[in-house]
Write a new protein. Structure first.
Length: 749
């Protein structure tokens, strides 16, 4: 529905009254804020007039979450205290307490419109899973009552047979368990009370992404505390890792999306000639946000706030149609749950606005892909950030110790960091345009690098605190500079008081990157603690330890341009890994070093590790198989017929011109006809080659070999097919091409 004319919205206490006057129809709407936000009319109003404000954020924030405040309100004091204690101590919940908590949760959920509950978990596929049970329980008189017991809260038993396990659990032993993670609040989504849970097999192996993450948080807590104690800190009782994931995404118009099978089946385009304009002007980055996108972002913020998600920053990204959302950081497992929820809500809110949110790492060739900058740090329960350099980092031996631990962890575990972000989608991004390269290195910035130099050389570090930044304009205040500038090309950059791991793909679950970072850092901290606990003078022992660590691992530090060709060569000289694709990286997952690392800290057993490796390899092959079949379908059913018709049209034009006057020479049409005919012949050969490549994969049983085959033979055959299609598209009338162009997709909103 479109409105002409004018309109206005008035806010009364409970209702939003909006009056729309149009030339051909007069309407008077009364909406509650809730309704107004989700009607097409409202979207129209917002986008046309930009009128809509006055949202009570504090009241809205967390309104769908059974958070601390709600717990206090709904739980008897004793139960609340007992629950908090079990959460803090990480002990199993007493069934009597669980029953009271479950009852309160159910009462609250029903009051807020829920009828069902579900154990919400994160299987190894990377998406979240849920199976909904209603609260109803029959009564003697043929009626029902709403029930929810402590047992149902603590443990669920979904049939697990269709979730990937990498061979851990045979399908006939389909039993899987979900166990409540009381550290992450329950919430209401689509009429269901969602209980964040871990998911494991009958025999106790982890089948999800949350379990190893929780285990890794425990192990880094243990080791970091030991280091703090060695430094004489007797106050801190808990160290947690914190994460703020910046989420990138694309928005395209739903009508355009629906016409592209590749976007529908694969989430990325498999064909498409380059548009005349891409991102070369960088004019989209931080540009003013278009009204329709702005309305989407506003709606999204509000939806996220209701789930207690601290959505904070939003802006346009570099590529056209690309945007970013950053939340305020939280402890790792909560940040992970929230990021999973954020991705889901983004998709839903987009639909309401007639848009589709693309989370794929590389939806369009030739423009930037999307990632998820994983900002990571460690903080104490007393509120101290252990990666805060403070004013005098050279004197802050404790900070330098933690910094050194991260440096060594990254250098020793380059393979794992690369594996933690490996996926079929992310392979297109790593090393491509503007993305961090597949080589792992760390950026520390000039100041910290100087500090470490002074540790190595024993010379004084002269900078007296942080330098003052002069803004040169009288009216602007001068401010203290961060200890590191931004280096947008580094995959693992120190950004003031945290590390930003930039390789994570936009659609990936951040649990994987974080359980690996936590474990590798914990492993080094354990070694440091072993040494510092024995030391007579902890400061001089730490100084020596930092010096040794930096000497041995300085090759991983690189402050220059990671996108340059020289760096690739230099990195090779330094002996750094360059694992360009998943099939190259994954075999390193199960090396002796990695089995030792994960088993030593009880994060993954060897069986779990091997199964995870297989799941990733299988998924990679499946994705490329789907992409290949989609490309074949598009090629055979749409592209070949479209080009054939266009050639026919040209041929008819040629003979028509000749029939008018045999002296006339239809040279242009004939040339184009020949060109397209040649391309079409070539295209059909490439179709045949891809067909054969897909069939060939069936013969390779070993999962690792199969994945490698998909990369070497199938993916490359797809790329060859695409090149010909794109050339045909560039030479045809846009009306004759069967799909919306790149220009139409990228500039559709
Ligand atoms: P930029 O895009 O310049 O990197 P943003 O402000 O967009 O910066 O994102 C920074 C992210 O880092 C935010 O999500 C923020 O909450 C997060 N962050 C800040 N401090 C910490 C910390 N101590 N631990 C983890 N994440 C943090
Ligand atoms: Mg960032």
């Amino acid at each position: 529905m479109t409105f002409g004319g004018f309109g206005f919205i008035i806010h009364t206490s409970q209702q939003w009254r909006c009056r729309l006057e149009s030339f051909d129809l007069r309407r008077h709407y009364i909406y509650t804020p809730e309704m107004l936000m989700c009607t097409p009319e409202a979207d129209q109003i917002i986008s046309e007039w930009g009128v809509f404000s006055m949202v009570n954020v504090p009241e809205m924030f967390g309104s769908l979450v059974f958070n601390d405040e709600t717990m206090k309100k709904y739980l008897p004091k004793g139960t609340y205290k007992a629950l908090k204690k079990t959460i803090e101590d990480g002990k199993p919940l007493d069934i009597a307490i669980a029953n009271i908590v479950a009852h309160a949760m159910k009462e609250w959920a029903i009051e807020n419109g829920a009828t069902h509950y579900t154990h919400w978990f994160q299987p190894m596929t990377g998406i979240t899973a849920e199976k909904h049970d209603s609260f109803i329980s029959p009564t003697a008189g043929g009626g029902v009552i709403m029930e929810f017991s402590g047992k149902e809260l603590i443990k669920g038993e979904p049939d697990a047979s269709s979730f990937p396990s990498g061979g851990i659990r045979a399908t006939f032993e389909a039993r899987g368990y979900t166990a409540w993670d009381p550290t992450s609040y329950a919430f209401i989504k689509d009429g269901s009370l969602c209980i964040p849970t871990a998911f494991c097999s009958y025999t106790g192996e982890a089948l999800d992404k949350k379990t190893p993450l929780l285990r890794s948080m425990e192990c880094i807590n243990t080791q970091a505390l030991r280091v703090l104690r060695a430094f004489g800190d007797n106050e801190t009782t808990h160290v947690s890792t914190t994460v703020g994931p910046e989420q990138e995404y694309f928005l395209v118009d739903k009508k355009v999306f629906d016409k592209r099978k590749d976007l529908i089946y694969c989430g990325r385009t498999l064909f498409g000639a380059r548009p005349p304009k891409g991102q070369e002007l960088d004019d989209h980055y931080f540009g003013s946000i278009k009204p329709r996108v702005s309305a989407f972002m506003k709606d999204l913020d509000e939806a996220l706030w209701k789930y207690g998600i601290l959505a904070k920053t939003k802006h346009n990204e570099v590529a056209p149609a690309q945007h970013e959302l950053a939340p305020i950081f939280d402890t790792t497992n909560i940040a992970t749950d929230h990021n999973q929820l954020t991705m889901e809500i983004m998709k839903k809110v987009a639909e309401k606005h007639g848009l589709v949110c693309l989370l794929h790492e590389k939806p369009f060739a030739g423009v930037n892909g999307s990632g998820k900058h994983n900002n990571w740090s460690m903080s104490t329960n007393t509120g101290k950030n252990l990666l805060e350099p403070t004013k005098h980092p050279r004197q802050n031996i404790q900070f330098l110790t933690f910094l050194a631990a991260v440096i060594r962890a990254v250098d020793e575990n380059q393979d794992l960091l690369r594996i933690s972000v490996a996926s079929a989608g992310n392979d297109h991004r790593l090393g491509a345009n503007e993305a961090p390269p597949a080589i792992i290195s760390m950026y520390l910035g000039d100041d910290l690098t100087e500090v470490l130099h002074s540790v190595l050389s024993g010379e004084d570090y002269t900078a007296d605190g942080r330098p003052i930044m002069e803004t040169t304009a009288e009216v602007l205040p001068n401010f203290t500079k961060d200890t590191s500038d931004r280096n947008r090309t580094s995959p693992f950059a120190f950004t003031g008081n945290k590390f930003e791991f930039r390789m994570v793909g936009s659609s990936e679950n951040i649990a994987c990157a974080n359980f690996m970072i936590n474990t590798m850092v914990a492993d080094v901290l354990q070694d440091f603690a072993d040494q510092l606990e024995k030391a007579e003078d902890v400061n001089s022992a730490a100084e020596a330890l930092i010096k040794k660590t930096v000497e041995e691992h300085k090759r991983i530090i690189f402050n220059g341009n990671n996108y340059s060709e020289e760096w690739v060569k230099e990195a090779e000289k330094r002996g750094l890994l360059n694992l360009r694709s998943l099939p190259e990286a994954l075999p390193l997952y199960t090396t002796e070093k990695n089995i030792r690392l994960f088993t030593k800290h009880n994060v993954l057993t060897e069986v779990e590790l091997r199964s995870r490796c297989d799941v990733l390899l299988e998924k990679y092959s499946k994705i490329i198989n789907i992409e290949a079949l989609t490309a074949l379908d598009m090629a055979k059913k749409d592209i070949v017929p479209a080009v054939t018709s266009y050639i026919k049209e040209l041929a008819q034009t040629v003979s028509l011109i000749k029939s008018v006057d045999p002296e006339l020479v239809p040279a242009a049409q004939t040339e184009l006809l020949k060109k397209l005919n040649n391309l079409l012949n070539c295209f059909v050969k490439k179709i045949d080659a891809l067909d054969k490549a897909v069939v060939g994969a069936k013969e390779i049983e070993n999962v690792a070999d199969n994945a490698m085959y998909f990369k070497e033979s199938v993916l490359s055959a797809m790329q060859e097919l695409r090149a010909v299609a794109d050339e045909m598209e560039a030479n045809m009338s846009s009306k004759a091409w069967p799909y919306p162009s790149y220009g139409a997709m990228l500039f559709s909103v």
